[in-house]
Design a protein around this ligand. Structure first.
Ligand code: NA7
Length: 548
């Protein structure tokens, strides 16, 4: 704190503007209202739901169990909502979020079909000026970006895409009405988490499916199924301890951090085999990673687990040429998102499915009637692009965000994101990021991380109000220290070496920076709590709403 008098606070339309009405924006609105702040949410979709509003492709499903991929802030909500399956489908998650919007009367403060185009910090007035694509201009003291980590899809930029005479779809902008693929020759480009969900569904409907694979990925069976009432009741009875375990865990799922983890390579081979078999039979990607935490750090450990998965792929896929193509060889397991599937590998045993290796035979062109690689032309009626996102920074950088001295966020982050705790960025006072770059975010159960950030931000705003403070801004030194720490932790693992969206390698020209924080959800939460307990250590707090 660098001054003692309290000048009049700026008059603004709202205390806070929140950008986005997914899991993060909805809870932020609720929490701020509860604390007596006024807030307005702007959301581009015609409904709430964020990721779960846009990603309606066949097979869209969460890879975290439904009972854990849900809000914990309301015991009543927790108890009353019934999940039907172990892993929730997109329509069920969307229905849940709509229920939350109604139950907490959130809709009256949400403007739908409204995209925020600009957010400028007005230094002389000490407030944010927000503009939308509908021409609205509002002011707010705080600006909260609840824009999501995977919300800006990559547009298909293959040569010839405009000539294609058939229908094409982007998984992340799937139409609301049913798409009938019956009798169609369908091509899917991509074999990431999304494609791995979509491919088995399409194969069941289409006359023929051709999968265009550039990189084979590791996938673990979900073992999805109905969630029996009795199991759900048992879990609900233990919710407080289950939630607490998730909050203290590595990835935000209820698996305890091992007190004295053994190195995977020190585990006797028979015992390791048994553990992996048990986990494979149980299903679930996060538990496999959590069971052998050194898998992402130790190349030898990684090979042991990766070999096990490759063996499972070979045992499932009948054609040895196809199974060889499906066995990942380009990266260690878990250094690209470990996928979760239902009958993904089995799908390649169908007569109507062809796998094309784009590394051996790259795409040359999309033609009027299909797709041509360096080796062949594939006639297609429908093309599905499951080609991923400009992750972590894409949605933020697509808004014209300007902080002090007109500094553009894009410019401040030209060499990669610069944040303190993934919550704020120096030069952008009173702006908060929910699950921003350099926080656990995509390397965790997003709902657990979202709740932690929302509660931290709401606590911070209450603190500012209580102490008559007008301005909070990340300190550049503290930020530099955090950015270096995030990089150090990442560099102690195998992850930065792999070309993945975690490092921005999937977007040409993007600086190569490993963006999620790998220190674990539990330790990260503790650190954020300590920062707050020490009067927001590493932030500059000021009574002046404007620059001193
Ligand atoms: P991903 O994981 O980025 O997957 C995209 C896939 O598309 C991946 O297989 C890419 O191959 C492939 N791709 C992307 N561009 C091309 C081009 N130009 N040519 C050929 N193939 C291409 O996105 P998802 O939507 O599957 O998953 C993102 C996250 O959303 C997921 O982890 C969940 O957390 C939710 P590549 O690997 O780059 O060679």
């Amino acid at each position: 704190m660098n001054d003692s008098r309290s000048p009049p606070q700026p008059v603004t339309d709202f205390d806070a503007v929140i950008v986005g009405a997914g899991f993060a924006g909805l809870y932020m609105l609720h929490k701020l209202r509860e604390a007596g702040f006024s807030a307005r949410v702007f959301e581009a979709g015609t409904g709430v739901g964020g990721t779960w509003y846009w990603n309606r492709y066949p097979g869209a499903r969460c890879d975290i169990e439904s009972v854990d991929y849900s809000y914990s802030f309301s015991p009543e909500l927790e108890q009353e909502w019934q999940w039907s399956e172990r892993y929730p489908r997109q329509p069920e998650i969307l229905a849940y979020l709509n229920h939350v919007a109604d139950r907490f009367d959130l809709r009256r403060d949400i403007h739908l079909e409204t995209r925020v185009t600009a957010a400028h910090f007005d230094e002389s007035a000490g407030l944010w000026r927000i503009e939308t694509d509908r021409g609205q201009r509002v002011t707010a003291r705080y600006c909260v970006m609840a824009t999501g980590c995977l919300s800006l899809p990559k547009r298909p930029d293959f040569p010839g895409v405009d000539q294609f005479a058939g229908d094409w779809y982007l998984t992340a902008a799937w139409p609301k009405q049913d798409v009938d693929l019956t009798g169609k020759r369908v091509g899917v480009i991509g074999t990431g988490s999304t494609a791995i969900q979509v491919i088995p569904q399409v194969a069941r409907q289409a006359a023929h499916l051709t999968v265009f694979q550039r990189t084979a990925n590791f996938s673990v069976p979900a073992r999805n199924g109905p969630l029996p009432q009795s199991d759900q009741q048992r879990i609900k009875a233990q919710y407080p301890s289950r939630r607490q375990l998730s909050r203290e865990s590595l990835f935000g799922v209820p698996v305890a951090m091992p007190a004295a983890p053994r190195r995977t390579r020190d585990i006797p081979p028979d015992e390791l085999r048994q553990t992996l078999e048990t986990l494979w039979a149980q299903g679930g990607a996060m538990s496999l990673l959590a069971a052998a935490p050194d898998v992402i750090a130790d190349a030898e450990a990684n090979t042991l687990v990766a070999d096990f998965v490759r063996e499972k792929i070979r045992a499932t896929v009948k054609d040895p040429k196809v199974s060889a193509m499906l066995c990942p060889t380009t990266h260690p397991l878990g250094t690209k998102r470990l996928c979760l599937d239902t009958e993904y590998y089995e799908t390649y045993n169908r007569d109507n499915v062809t796998l094309v290796d784009l590394r051996a035979t790259p795409i040359e062109q999309i033609t009027e009637h299909g797709l041509r690689t360096s080796a062949a032309e594939y006639p297609l009626d429908v093309l599905i692009f499951a080609t991923g996102f400009d992750a972590m920074t894409g949605a933020l950088n697509s808004i014209d965000i300007r902080g002090r001295d007109g500094l553009a966020l894009k410019q401040a982050w030209a060499g990669g994101p610069q944040t303190y705790l993934g919550l704020a960025s120096a030069g952008f006072p009173n702006m908060f990021l929910i699950t921003g770059p350099q926080s656990p975010s995509v390397f965790s159960n997003m709902v657990v991380s979202i709740e932690q950030h929302v509660e931290w931000i709401a606590g911070c705003l209450a603190y500012l109000r209580e102490h008559d403070l007008a301005c909070i801004e990340a300190n550049p030194q503290a930020q530099a220290g955090w950015v270096a720490h995030v990089a150090d932790v990442a560099n102690s693992t195998l992850l930065p070496q792999t070309d993945s969206w975690y490092v921005g390698a999937n977007v040409p020209g993007k600086p190569r920076v490993f963006t999620p924080y790998l220190g674990g959800v539990g330790p990260y939460r503790q650190h954020c709590q300590q920062v707050a307990a020490k009067g927001y250590e590493g932030f500059e707090l000021s009574r002046q709403p404007v620059a001193a």
